[in-house]
Design a protein around this ligand. Sequence first.
Ligand SMILES: C/C(=C\Cc1cc(O)c2ccccc2c1O)CCC[C@H](C)CCC[C@H](C)CCCC(C)C
Ligand code: SAM
Length: 263
Amino acid sequence: MAALLGIVFPATFTGTGKLPLNSRFQRRLVVKCSNERRILFNRIAPVYDNLNDLLSLGQHRIWKNMAVSWSGAKTGDYVLDLCCGSGDLAFLLSEKVGSTGKVMGLDFSCEQLAVASTRQNLRGRSCYKCIEWIEGDALDLPFDDCKFDAITMSYGLRNVVDRIRAMKEMYRVLKPGSRVSILDFNKSNESVTAFMQDWMIDNVVVPVATVYGLAKEYEYLKSSINGYLTGEELETLALEAGFSSASHYEISGGFMGNLVAVR
Ligand SMILES: C/C(=C\Cc1cc(O)c2ccccc2c1O)CCC[C@H](C)CCC[C@H](C)CCCC(C)C
Ligand SMILES: C[S@@+](CC[C@H](N)C(=O)[O-])C[C@H]1O[C@@H](n2cnc3c(N)ncnc32)[C@H](O)[C@@H]1O
């Protein structure tokens, strides 16, 4: 059973697309894993923003600003923030597109979307009114083809259970010539960077999360990064999904990375 799970799990869940989900058992496994992730992000929603600020010393806001800039979103655009969570990038996108533009924030965690909506109501700027929150699945987007002028996805691709399917959905709903900008942890080829990333998670992130009773949820970070794709593999994934070009940029000393792909 473990061997079967082992064979099924990495190929299916890293979205390499090498193992088609053609059996009922595999489909049930995907649904189970997806639900477990949804529950995880529902559970951390109340403290998610504060812990990100605390644990990254506020740096995540810089990384997210970079991701939005790389998306090319501009005044009047119709843009999508995929796996929007509590809405950080959706708010940044709304400042880019302004009141004449439109931002769709999509996530499958109702608790994360509740935080996003509450934050929106507490904020006065008129541009924030152009944001619409949608509870949906990044693997089956409720949008027509070629709709969006830009797409962002921040700390989401590593968490979806089928990455190639997510990339193909982004490709489908993006306008030709437009970009996706995908921010996440960087799965570094440098052993020192990888060691330091693991050390920080083991010795800072998880101990702090334990105070909030969320040790298991934050321990997931380490395994998810170890199971993620390197920058080069992300570029290949984007090209396999149909994008015409893809570049991965390492930031913050190689701890984080941002993939920019053009349709
Ligand atoms: C915004 C950040 C992470 C978002 C995030 C993504 C996930 O997949 C999670 C999964 C489970 C629980 C929580 C998350 C989650 O919060 C990045 C910053 C927050 C990180 C939690 C902190 C990571 C610290 C780095 C390893 C080192 C940072 C060095 C920096 C230069 C201070
Ligand atoms: C780490 S959070 C990132 C939130 C936000 N983008 C940010 O940067 O703070 C990952 C988010 O992805 C969402 N997610 C994971 N898989 C998803 C899927 N298949 N469809 C929609 N949302 C998904 C989770 O619910 C969670 O809110």
